[in-house]
Structures are given as structure tokens and as C-alpha cells.
Design a protein around this ligand. Structure first.
Ligand SMILES: [Zn+2]
Length: 235
């Protein structure tokens, strides 16, 4: 009967380990991690676009700066009164007007870029915001999982101590056979013979077989013909 106690503790330990493996927090955490990976990819794309547009904006600003400097220099020359040739004056005047138009179109383009950049910035902020909330939730889930693990491990330790105590009353050979059968048969290696039925597979054994089992010495290891589990008889 001690073997059935060992079995009961092993079953309890298996159930505790299953409970800890299948905590609902783990499912939620896996979903969060998948979503976090999506957000990371999304924010990467947005940042790349943002960088591209910002670089384009800087280039345009540099072009505006150069064109303005050129225009200022020409205007200075124009109003300084040092150019007297009408043809040259007209050429300078034309270039100044041309530069004005050029700067105007660059500034229009820059405005367009700024209008593209602005929504990107709010999109990036929104994605980062969601990622931050997910990270907070993930960290509290991780904490809850750790706590549950500690609590379940404490229960496992109690069961393991009970199992060790019960196992002391079972011979080493019987225990070894039990472990082999248990590993093969989904965690249940020993079953009780209740009346004429095996409590492992719940099938009735033939009357002759039951007679033979009842007459066998209590030390003899008998297994169920049907499921192969060790049959424990009440003394
Ligand atoms: Zn059986």
C-alpha cells in the first residue's frame, strides 16, 4: 500500500508542475511578447522613414542657406553702386530674382516635408506608448509567474518529502519497476486492485486471474494484464 502513497505524491507533483507550466499568465505573456515584437518592427520602420525625411529636410535647409547667402552677396553688390554696366546690373538683378523663386520653392518643399514628418512623430510616440504599457504589463506578469512558481515549488517540496517517506517502505526493485511503468504510462505506474477491477484501467480482470493474484505472496509484484500497471492488493 506504500507504493500507492508514492503514486499519490507523484501524481500530486505532476499536477503541480502542470499547473505551473500552464499558468494563464504565461499565455498572456506570450501574446504580449508577440505584440511587442510587432511594435518594435513598426517603430523601426517609422524611425527609418523619419530619418530619411529629416535628412532630406537638412539638405534642403543647407540649399536654402547657400542660395540666400548668394542672393545677399549679389544684392549687396547691386546696391553698393560699384557695378556700372547696365548689362551686368541686369544680369545680377535676374539672378537675384531667380534665386528668390528658387528659395521659395525649396521652402515649399521643406514645408511639405515637415507636414510628412509631424504625423510620423505622433505615430512613433503612440507606438512607443503602447510598447511601454505592454512592457509594464509583461513585467507584472513575470512577477506574478515568479510568485506562483515559488508557491508551487513549496507545495512540490511538501509532496516530495511525503513521497520520500512513503518510498522508504517500498523495495528498491519494486520502486524501479514502478518508475519504468510510470514513465511509459502517463505518470501512473501503480494501481489498486479494487474488487476484481484495476483502478488504473478500470477494467475487470478474469476471475481466475483475480484468484491467482489473491493467492500470491504480498511481496510478489503483479501487473495488470490489460494496462501493465503494478497491481497493489489490500492486505
Ligand atoms: Zn489495468
Amino acid at each position: 500500500m506504500r507504493l500507492l502513497e508514492v503514486q499519490a505524491h507523484d501524481t500530486a507533483i505532476d499536477q503541480l508542475r502542470h499547473k505551473i507550466r500552464t499558468l494563464p499568465e504565461r499565455t498572456r505573456l506570450a501574446a504580449l511578447q508577440a505584440r511587442a515584437a510587432e511594435l518594435e518592427a513598426r517603430v523601426g520602420e517609422l524611425r527609418e522613414r523619419h530619418t530619411g525625411l529629416s535628412e532630406r529636410q537638412s539638405e534642403i535647409e543647407a540649399q536654402v542657406g547657400a542660395a540666400r547667402a548668394r542672393k545677399d552677396a549679389l544684392e549687396k553688390r547691386l546696391y553698393a553702386g560699384i557695378v556700372s554696366s547696365p548689362r551686368e546690373l541686369q544680369a545680377i538683378d535676374e539672378e537675384v530674382r531667380h534665386l528668390g523663386t528658387y528659395v521659395g520653392s525649396l521652402e515649399d518643399r521643406e514645408l511639405e516635408l515637415m507636414e510628412e514628418i509631424e504625423p510620423l512623430e505622433s505615430q512613433i510616440a503612440a507606438v512607443e506608448d503602447e510598447a511601454g504599457r505592454l512592457a509594464d504589463e509583461a513585467s507584472s506578469l513575470t512577477g506574478a509567474i515568479s510568485e506562483a512558481e515559488v508557491a508551487v515549488e513549496a507545495e512540490v517540496a511538501v509532496e516530495a518529502a511525503g513521497r520520500a517517506e512513503a518510498a522508504r517502505g517500498v523495495s528498491a526493485e519494486l520502486l524501479a519497476s514502478y518508475e519504468v511503468i510510470r514513465a511509459k504510462l502517463g505518470g501512473v505506474g501503480a494501481a489498486e486492485l479494487v474488487g476484481t477491477s484495476c483502478s488504473g484501467c478500470h477494467l475487470s480482470l478474469p476471475a481466475m486471474e483475480v484468484d491467482r493474484i489473491r493467492r500470491a505472496s504480498p511481496e510478489e509484484m503483479i501487473t495488470c494484464d490489460n494496462c501493465g500497471r503494478i497491481l497493489v492488493r489490500r492486505a
